[in-house]
Design a protein around this ligand. Structure first.
Ligand code: NAP
Ligand code: FE
Length: 379
């Protein structure tokens, strides 16, 4: 027997932010995490008004940083405990939603990060995340991470990214209002949009695929090729299509999980934004995974959906998209000396990343090192 699950209720469409009023009804103290841009664009105020209209008190934690760390979660926790919320809302990108998820864990339970985080696939967490009570509402302002439906929170711990994984932290509600991502600067739209592609292609080729996640992954892949370039030009319809595609890919990887590209980007977080790094790594990882016969066929299936002839042409198409969207070579952004100094550690840590368990091929540490090198030296 197999399962396909989605815990989160989705509200979507122009103006759907107002649904927050309904979900906040009956709650007394609502904590809102927000990124700076949501204040600037007026959506934080709109969210606060909805919560107040519902009769609840509000506390706002503003300016949640991108690519957040566990240290940041620790820093805000005392304020959260002092307020004592009975609902948590996150309005912002994947970073803000991931912070809210982690705060929920350490507010609702006395777990320690080191006990419950997945640090290493050979040493599973000492404890499971216990049942949590505070409902979480995720309102994404980027179109990428899929955190609004996923069971993961990705946080930097030191220089590397680790995950908390449990259905307990998957949001109860996600509100997909296309007005929010319309404000994304092109770089943010590009990086988060490329993450959607990597989610969809990885979720279609893991060892845990399901026919249901396949359908969503294919739909999301097609949407990225069709809409992402137009979305970067600010086309409002494209922004809306990309917003829904991000959540579709999120539901796909919630069930089918992710693979080597994510394992490698999590352990190379110092080199750049999550979506950017994934996009740089993806074609190399695809070429590597293609050695596996089933994966080659799966790439060919995606290719056929896009009107292409086979797996190689799909990799070409992925490279072309990166070129069209001007994804900079790593060499332009990262110091070569530092890259070489950190290479061994990155490869060893990526090899221990739990997502390797879902990659169609188990790579060796040396193969991972070679893939990092290829990504660095050949575009
Ligand atoms: P992000 O890091 O949340 O946001 C990037 C930047 O975009 C922010 O600094 C923010 O600026 C700006 N921004 C966001 N929305 C905007 C808007 N509508 N208008 C203007 N500016 C906006 O980006 P993301 O790609 O969504 O999330 C990346 C994070 O998610 C990474 O840490 C990654 O590891 C994680 N992730 C999590 C999962 C999961 O399942 N949990 C999956 C994949 C990735 P301001 O700060 O100034 O507002
Ligand atoms: Fe991702």
């Amino acid at each position: 027997m197999r399962f396909f699950s989605l815990k989160t209720r989705l509200a979507f469409g122009e103006g759907s932010l107002s649904y927050l009023r309904s979900v906040a009804k009956g709650h007394e103290r609502v904590l809102i995490f927000s990124s700076r841009s949501m204040r600037v664009h007026g959506f934080l105020n709109e969210a606060m008004n909805h919560v107040e209209d519902a009769g609840a008190g509000v506390m706002v934690v503003e300016g949640v940083p991108p690519e957040p760390s566990y240290e940041y979660v620790e820093e805000v926790l005392p304020r959260v405990k002092a307020f004592g919320p009975d609902m948590i809302v996150a309005i912002g990108g994947g970073s803000v939603i991931d912070v809210a998820k982690a705060v929920k864990v350490f507010y609702d339970s006395d777990a320690e990060f080191e006990e419950v985080a997945v640090l290493d696939r050979f040493n599973p967490p000492l404890k499971r995340i216990p049942p949590l009570r505070t409902p979480l509402v995720a309102i994404p302002s980027t179109s990428g991470a899929g955190s609004e439906v996923s069971a993961a929170s990705v946080l930097k711990y030191g220089d590397l990214k680790y995950t908390l994984v449990s259905f307990e932290i998957a949001p109860e509600y996600a509100i997909l209002d296309p007005r929010l991502p319309r404000g994304m600067p092109p770089k943010v739209a590009r990086n988060s949009g490329l993450d959607v592609l990597v989610h969809a292609i990885e979720a279609y080729t893991t060892t845990a695929t399901t026919p249901f996640s396949d359908a969503l992954a294919l739909r999301a892949t097609k949407a990225v090729f069709e809409w992402l370039p137009k979305s970067l030009e600010g086309d409002p319809e494209a922004r809306e299509e990309m917003h829904y595609a991000a959540t579709m890919a999120g539901i796909a990887f919630l069930n089918a999980r992710l693979g080597l590209a994510h394992a490698m980007s999590h352990k190379a977080a110092w080199m750049g934004e999550h979506g950017y790094l994934n996009a740089v790594l993806l074609p190399h990882v695809m070429e590597f995974n293609m050695r596996d016969g089933r994966t080659r066929l799966r790439y060919a299936e995606i290719a056929r959906e896009l009107g292409l002839s086979g797996a190689e042409e799909l990799v070409e198409k992925v490279r072309e998209l990166s070129e069209t969207l001007k994804v900079e070579p790593l060499m332009e952004r990262v110091d070569e000396g530092e890259f070489l100094r950190r290479l061994d550690e990155m490869a060893e840590k990526a090899h221990r990343d739990p997502l390797i368990n879902f990659n169609p091929i188990e790579p060796t540490v040396n193969e991972i090192k070679e893939l990092y090198r290829k990504a660095f030296y050949t575009h």
